[in-house]
Design a protein around this ligand. Sequence first.
Ligand code: ADP
Ligand code: MG
Length: 222
Amino acid sequence: TQQLLLNSEKLTIAGQLAAGIAHEVRNPLTAIKGFLQLMEAQVDNKTYFTIIQSEMERIEIILSELLLLAKPQELKFEKENLTTVIDNVKTLIDTQAIMNNIQIEIENDCEDLLIRCDKNQLKQVFINLIKNAIEAMSHGGIITIEIKQYGLDKIKIYIKDTGNGVPKQIIKRIGEPFFTTKEAGTGLGIMISKQIIENHNGKFHFWSDENGTIIEVILPIS
Ligand code: ADP
Ligand code: MG
C-alpha cells in the first residue's frame, strides 16, 4: 500500500509538471505558427510547409491532452446527473461513430442518479474511451454503454466494443504515458482517464482480448 501511495503521488506531481510545461510550450508554438503562415505566402514550394504544419498540429494535440491532466485546484465538483453527462458525450461523438458504421447504444438502469463530479473532466474520460472503441472497430458494429447501480453507494459504467482488442503481450503497457499502437496516437488518453477517475475516488479496469474490449468505471454515488 505504501508503494502504491507513493506511485500515485508521483503521478500527480508528474502530471502537474507536464501540464505546466505544456502551457509554457504553447505560447512560443503559437508565435512560430503565425510567422510560418506569413512566410508561406512568399514561397512557391509548399511541401515543407505542409509537413511542418502537420507536425505542429501533432504537437498541439499532445499539448492540449497534457493540459487536461488533472490539476486538483482547478476541479469543480458538483452534483450532476450521470445520464445527462453520458447523453452529452453521445451527442458529441455520434457523428464520428456513424461515419465509421458504428452505433452507440446506452443501457441505463440509473436514469436519476446523481454523482459528485467535475462534469467536463468526466466527459473527457468518456470521449477518450469511446474514441478508442471507435478506432478499434474498423469494420463497424455496436458500442454498448451500460450504467448500473453497484451496492448502495456506487455506480458502474461499462464501455464495451467488439473491436480488435489488445494482444496479451502488450496489455500491461496500456495506460503508460505515450504508449500507443496507433500511427497518429498520443498514448495519453487512458492515462489521463485513469487519473481523472482516481481523482473522483473511482476505479478503472480494462479487459481486452481478440473479441473486443471492456472498460469498467466505478464511481461513488452522491
Ligand atoms: P491512443 O488512443 O492515442 O493510442 P490511449 O491512451 O487512448 O492512446 O490508448 C493507448 C492504447 O491502448 C491504444 O493505442 C490501443 O493500442 C489500446 N487501446 C485503448 N483502448 C482500446 C480499445 N477499446 N480497443 C483496442 N485497443 C485499445
Ligand atoms: Mg485514445
